[in-house]
Each structure stands twice: as structure tokens, then as C-alpha cells.
Design a protein around this ligand. Structure first.
Ligand code: BG6
Length: 496
């Protein structure tokens, strides 16, 4: 049976009916991202009316109380979203709640079993919005409670572990219950519209592939800057840091999509096979090279969004040497990318929030006009916000006055070209799980390979005692990050 909210003209194809069981339902991810995303999919008519969303957590709540919390959280987290109470209450009729300590051995799972008793052959999805250290125990308990029916899937949030060893242990524990093709490891960047477009841009336009290599490209920059600080996540964040929190997953996924070979097709394994080849080719960063190829930073007091911003140590309530900023010069040792540096940087409390990939092409072999600006061709792929792609070219400034040059963009702005609302990454990812599209998720070997490279950096930092440089909140990170490129005669692209 279809729900009656189908927006006419919608491109959303309904998925098969499903039961989605969210463990950690009263937590931040569930209330801020998962339930609002499901509401949007419901409103677009993508969720069949027989589907159930079942929240599970230890808090003692009734269905009604949980629905009320979900509604007020929705309004709180998405103040600008227009939400009609009648629409919400139709959607909320499909939300259920079970109080359960899913980790403990002797817990009574009968409440959940009863809710799933009439589920027939509906697709069953277990979403673990929990600390990764609990994934193994919850998987085992799902099996023990005999709730893992044929075709059941499990969704795991990042981070999978905090190093290669712990990632393997988590993967082993989950794989003891679920087959690899039933495990959906989330990296929410893979669900972003503009990240998906990277594949289309590179491989569906014949212009780029011939120049997408070391012969034509000088270097690549990948920046994921955030203006927010660690805030109330500081105590968790302190066990992680920018390298584990952002580079191991989001930045490496972006790097893979920029650098991988053309896949034969878009099948999940074909795509993931190509990505993993990039990870395997990443040159190891060692104790000898850590200082010349990486920069660690931590924000001090500063100004952010027009207000005074606390330092990281103040937010945390104590001194710490966890990095809130990292910049890395990476090399991919393969034929295509020989000698091309990939500069990665990410940090909290930076000047503004933006994610961008800059592909800088080599300078022309012989400059006919000597007066500047003698800028190289750059392709700037803006992932968020102001999504779009710019090709920056040198042109002749029109009019008299000789051969004066201007550096101007060919500009594909999403906002100007497309009217659509961009679904949150979680909307796409949740529906992809129900559909069984594994291509948007990380395979076990991919996660472990990424950890292998990151572990090398963590070990090198430890052995070398690589310093953490301070930067003022609301800036572009420590001066050492600019020096990383300066030493190579380059600078971070800062717009035109
Ligand atoms: C998460 C990190 O994976 O990504 C957070 O744990 C970070 O620290 C977030 O803030 C950034 O995601 P987005 O979609 O806002 O760029």
C-alpha cells in the first residue's frame, strides 16, 4: 500500500516496504538526522505506508512520548523547515518505541519481537546509532533474539574503531552475525549530492579524463573547513581528533573519488575496488616524514560568527594535545599521479564552513603575455555550501589598452541551474540501504585500508612528538599549514 503524500512531479521512486529499527533512537543522530530525513522521504511519497520506524533505547518512554520528543527535536534542529502538524502526525503513526538495553545479555527483547511479528517479508534494517564499541554486542543480541530474518541489513555509523586493530575487532564481531553484503558502513559524505556528482563530472564529460593526470595537473587541494567548534562533543572529540574524525573517512573518500581510475560500471563492488586501489597506493607517512608532510593544530580563543569563541581547551575544561586541525601533503604512488601532491586540510573553528576540491593544472609551457595575472587553470569543485563547479581561466580583458589579462570563472552554480531542494545525505543513504545499494557505503577492506594509512600517521606523530600548533578560532588554521605549501612554492587557493 502506498502512502498518500506523493508529491506530483517527484523523482523519488518508492522503495519496498521496510521495518527500520534504530538503536540509540533517543540520541542526537537519530533525532537530528535520521527521523527528520525519514519525514522528508515520507512527504515525498517514497516510504510505503506499511513501513515501520521503531526507535529503541534505554530511556523509559511510550510511543506517544517518543513521537513528541521526535517532533520537538525536529523543530528545534530544523527551525526553518516548514512542517505541517497534520503531515507530521500521519508520519508519526508509523513511529514506534521500545525501551530496551540492547547491549546487556539478559535483556528482554519481546517488546521488539512483538512489533516485528507481523512484518511478513518486509525489508528489515537495523540501524546502530550507537558507540562503535557496542556494535558487536548488539549484533550478537539481534541474532540471539532471532530477529535477523532473511535479507536483514545492518547500518553502522562511523567511526568504525579508532585504529586498524579496533576496526578489525568490530568488523569481526559484526561479520560473525551479518554477511559483508548486509553491512552498510556509513560515511555520510558519500550521500552528498555534490560528492555523487564527482563521478559524473569526471567520467561523463570527455574533456577531463585526458588531462586528469600528472602530465597536466600540478596539485590537488581538498579542504573541509568547519566554523563550529567541538562544543558539547568535546569529551568524545578529544578521544578522536581531526585525523580520525574527518581524514580517515570523509577526506580520504573524496581523495579516492578524485584520484581513482574509471570504474567499468557503477556496481558497488566495481566502484569500491577502484577506491581501494587509491588507498593502497597512498605513500606511507613515517616518523622521518611526519614533520615535513603533516601539520597539527588546535584552536585557541578567537572570534567566530561575530562572537568571542572559547578555545578548545576551555570547551573541554582542561589542556589537551588533540588536534582540531590537520593538514597533510599526500602522494599517490601510481602511474597516473606520480609526483602530484594532494594537500588535504580540515579543521574546526575555521574562518567559515566550506568543503572544496581544487584541481590546479600546470602553468602554460610558454607565457606569451608577460604581465599578470599569470594564473594557472583551476577547477574548483564546491561541495558545500554554494554548491557548484568553477573552471577558472585566464581571458583577455575586453576593450582597448593592449593585451590585459583577467582571471575569471566559467561558473556552474547549482543554485542558478537547479531548482530542486537537495536532500540531506541521510535521506539518500537511508533509502539506499532499503534498496540494497552498497555503492554509497564503505566496504570492510576500504575502512581497514584507510586505517592502515592513518595508523602510520598516528604512530609517526607519537614517535616524533609532532607538535600541535595553536591557531586563533575563526582563522584558516596555524601558519604552519600555509608553510606546508609555501615550501613547495605553492599556496592554498583562496578564491579570486
Ligand atoms: C562528522 C564529524 O562525521 O562530520 C563531525 O564527526 C563533523 O565532527 C561532521 O562536524 C561534518 O559533516 P558536514 O556534513 O556538516 O560537513
Amino acid at each position: 500500500m502506498q502512502n498518500d503524500n506523493i508529491n506530483s512531479g517527484s523523482h523519488f521512486v518508492p522503495v519496498e516496504p521496510f521495518d527500520l529499527i534504530v538503536f540509540g533512537a533517543a540520541g542526537d543522530l537519530s533525532l537530528r538526522k535520521l527521523i527528520p530525513s525519514l519525514f522528508h522521504r515520507w512527504m515525498d511519497g517514497q516510504i510505503p505506508a506499511t513501513s515501520k520506524i521503531i526507535g529503541v533505547s534505554r530511556s523509559e518512554l511510550s510511543h506517544k512520548e517518543f513521537r513528541a520528543i521526535a517532533f520537538s527535536s525536529f523543530k528545534n534542529f530544523h527551525p526553518s523547515a516548514e512542517i505541517d502538524e497534520t503531515d507530521w502526525s500521519k508520519f508519526a503513526d508509523h513511529i514506534y518505541y521500545v525501551t530496551l538495553d540492547a547491549v546487556s545479555d539478559g535483556a528482554d527483547w519481546s517488546g521488539l519481537s512483538e512489533l516485528l511479528a507481523d512484518s511478513g517479508d518486509k525489508q528489515r534494517v537495523f540501524y546502530l546509532a550507537l558507540a562503535p564499541s557496542l556494535y558487536g554486542a548488539v549484533s550478537a543480541n539481534i541474532k540471539r533474539a532471532e530477529l535477523k530474518n532473511d535479507g536483514a541489513r545492518i547500518v553502522l555509523e562511523k567511526p568504525i574503531g579508532k585504529d586498524l586493530g579496533s576496526a578489525r575487532a568490530i568488523n569481526n564481531a559484526v561479520c560473525a552475525v551479518f554477511d559483508e553484503d548486509a553491512i552498510y558502513r556509513i560515511d555520510h559524505y558519500l550521500g552528498k549530492e555534490t560528492v555523487q556528482n564527482l563521478i559524473v563530472l569526471r567520467f561523463m564529460n570527455s574533456l577531463f579524463e585526458p588531462v586528469w593526470n600528472a602530465n597536466s595537473i600540478d596539485h590537488v587541494e581538498i579542504t573541509v573547513a568547519e566554523s563550529i567548534g567541538a562544543g558539547n562533543r568535546a569529551s568524545y572529540y578529544d578521544t578522536s581528533g581531526a585525523l580520525r574524525d574527518m581524514v580517515q573517512n570523509h577526506l580520504l573518500q573524496l581523495l579516492c573519488l578524485v584520484a581513482m581510475e574509471p570504474p567499468l560500471d557503477l556496481n558497488s563492488d566495481t566502484l569500491r575496488d577502484e577506491k581501494i586501489k587509491v588507498l593502497r597506493a597512498l605513500r606511507a607517512i613515517t616518523t622521518q616524514t611526519a614533520r615535513s608532510t603533516t601539520v597539527r593544530g588546535q584552536y585557541g580563543k578567537g572570534a567566530s560568527g561575530g562572537a568571542v569563541a572559547d578555545s578548545y581547551a576551555e570547551e573541554l575544561g582542561r589542556a589537551s594535545d588533540t588536534e582540531t586541525f590537520v593538514a597533510i601533503k599526500a602522494y599517490i604512488d601510481n602511474w597516473r599521479w606520480k609526483g602530484v601532491p594532494f594537500y588535504l586540510r580540515t579543521g574546526k573553528r575555521m574562518t567559515s564552513r566550506y568543503s572544496e576540491i581544487v584541481v590546479q593544472f600546470k602553468e602554460v609551457a610558454h607565457a606569451l603575455v608577460k604581465d599578470g595575472p599569470l594564473q594557472p587553470t583551476r577547477m574548483v569543485i564546491r561541495l558545500q555550501p554554494d554548491e557548484g563547479v568553477k573552471l577558472l581561466l585566464v581571458t583577455k580583458d575586453p576593450g582597448p589598452g593592449g593585451m590585459r589579462l583577467r582571471y575569471v570563472p566559467l561558473n556552474l552554480s547549482y543554485a542558478e541551474h537547479f531548482e530542486a531542494r537537495y536532500p540531506d545525505a541521510y535521506e539518500r543513504l537511508l533509502m539506499a540501504v532499503v534498496r540494497g545499494d552498497l555503492g554509497l557505503f564503505m566496504r570492510r577492506d576500504e575502512v581497514e585500508e584507510a586505517w592502515r594509512w592513518v595508523d602510520g600517521i598516528l604512530d609517526a606523530w607519537k614517535e616524533d612528538a609532532t607538535p600541535v600548533h595553536s591557531y586563533a578560532a575563526g582563522t584558516d588554521g596555524p601558519a604552519q599549514a600555509a608553510m606546508l605549501l609555501d615550501r613547495d612554492g605553492r599556496e592554498w587557493f583562496d578564491g579570486v
